[in-house]
Design a protein. Structure first.
Length: 424
């Protein structure tokens, strides 16, 4: 009789998990490859369980309380596991946009008249990590933007071409080493291994953008609670990643201050009555519980038009900040011809219309593509980043994802311990 036996609840090889750690919420999703893929529907991922929990202990790229963050992660994962009736041991984790930096370099390889092979393309991705990003940062992704074979420039797929020199232009994304170490430690305390760290803006793009948009040029704005992540694509490749340190929570805070109420009540008012369309009747009022009071008897009537004025003023300031930020960055104008917005704050009624009027460009609101499963949340913009992590995981499982740039050092003891944990 074997001493080891497989756990009945262990995750099948075709099942994977995503963990979106944000400033306002931690979202965990457990999914599997959809074997009943229908081309007309394009559904590739089936959600088995998904859950969100209020995030504590993290703000943007800073972990401020490891114990609180651990509790938030465990609560989100536990609920998702119960819904999926699965136990997870590995996760794909996002890295916040605030922590990321882009680096652009070129590498050259001598071909000596030979045809470009897959091995040449792999060698082109080999960079000196310390010289490229410095010792305090770690490389997360390496994206080949374009290739030159001798005088043939901007080649998208050079395989099979003959030449003497292959030049590859690379977009390298890095994150702080201390953040990666602390997140790894926190997830280790949750008894989870990390399949890969994924840049948040890139993950959101995987679930929000169409192939044609990425080829023709597009900029995605993932409008979260505390920040707006930016990802620009052209010729199918990410050519810019950035971040604006303002989000939907700024509107919530303005409402709380202006109406002297709690942030939770302000968030509720924003969700129920938030609109940037028209003007409300000054005579129409809303009852707002005052700060420090816990009974509706102490609610004060507030003009709905005043609430809308607060929301619109901050929303217009956010759009103005987006415009100023994009105009100040070294971004190819072709990717600013069209915009896609996603994230929880993008659902504010009228935000898309005001942005479209301000930029005089096409703007659409994106919901996650290729998702099937339980709950309405998986079809909302707020789920885009978590859905993108699942898309990344799917590509990884299918062998279509470029190798994760972050080294995973696992010794013999580590591999043995993982085997025991998964089978005992």
């Amino acid at each position: 009789m074997s001493f080891f036996k497989a756990k009945s609840q262990s995750i099948p090889s075709e099942t994977f998990a995503a963990l979106d750690i944000g400033s306002s919420k931690v979202c965990c999703a457990i999914a599997k490859m959809n074997r009943e893929i229908t081309p007309e529907k394009g559904i590739t991922v089936k959600i088995l369980g998904v859950a969100s929990h209020a995030a504590k202990g993290i703000r943007g790229a800073s972990i401020i309380n490891l114990d609180d963050l651990e509790d938030s992660i465990l609560n989100g994962i536990h609920t998702a596991e119960q819904l999926a009736k699965q136990t997870i041991h590995n996760v794909y984790v996002n890295l916040p946009a605030e922590s990321l930096q882009s680096h652009f370099i070129s590498t050259k390889i001598s071909l000596h008249g030979q045809a470009v092979r897959e091995s040449h393309l792999q060698r082109a991705l080999e960079v000196n990590r310390n010289q490229t990003v410095g010792p305090s940062r770690r490389i997360i992704h390496i994206f080949p933007i374009a290739y030159d074979v001798d005088d043939n420039t901007n080649v998208q797929d050079p395989k099979g071409m003959l030449g003497d020199t292959l030049t590859t232009r690379l977009h390298i994304v890095s994150a702080p080493a201390h953040l990666i170490a602390n997140l790894s430690a926190c997830l280790g305390r949750c008894h989870l291994d990390i399949n890969a760290f994924v840049a948040g803006p890139y993950a959101a793009a995987l679930s929000s953008l169409t192939t044609d948009e990425k080829e023709m040029g597009v900029t995605l704005l993932d409008i979260g609670s505390h920040s707006i992540s930016i990802s620009s694509f052209y010729n199918g490749n990410p050519v810019y990643l950035g971040c604006i340190p303002i989000g939907g929570n700024a509107i919530t805070q303005d409402i709380a201050q202006g109406l002297n109420t709690t942030p939770s009540q302000a968030e509720r008012l924003k969700t129920l009555y938030g609109s940037l369309f028209g003007a409300a009747d000054d005579r129409e009022t809303i009852l707002v519980t005052q700060l420090g009071e816990d009974h509706s008897a102490f609610a004060n009537p507030v003009s709905k038009s005043f609430l809308m004025h607060i929301i619109k003023a901050r929303a217009e300031e956010i759009i103005e900040t987006i415009e100023k930020t994009l105009s100040s960055q070294p971004i190819d104008p072709i990717v600013l011809q069209r915009f896609v917005i996603t994230g929880g704050a993008s659902q504010l009624q009228g935000f898309r219309d005001i942005m479209q009027s301000r930029f005089n460009k096409t703007v659409r609101i994106a919901t996650p593509n290729g998702m099937q499963g339980i709950g309405d949340v998986i079809h909302t913009p707020a789920f885009s980043l978590c859905a993108g992590l699942l898309h990344y995981a799917l590509r990884d499982h299918q062998g279509l994802q470029l190798s994760n740039a972050l080294e995973k050092q696992k010794g013999t003891f580590k591999r043995l311990w993982n085997w025991i944990r998964n089978h005992v």
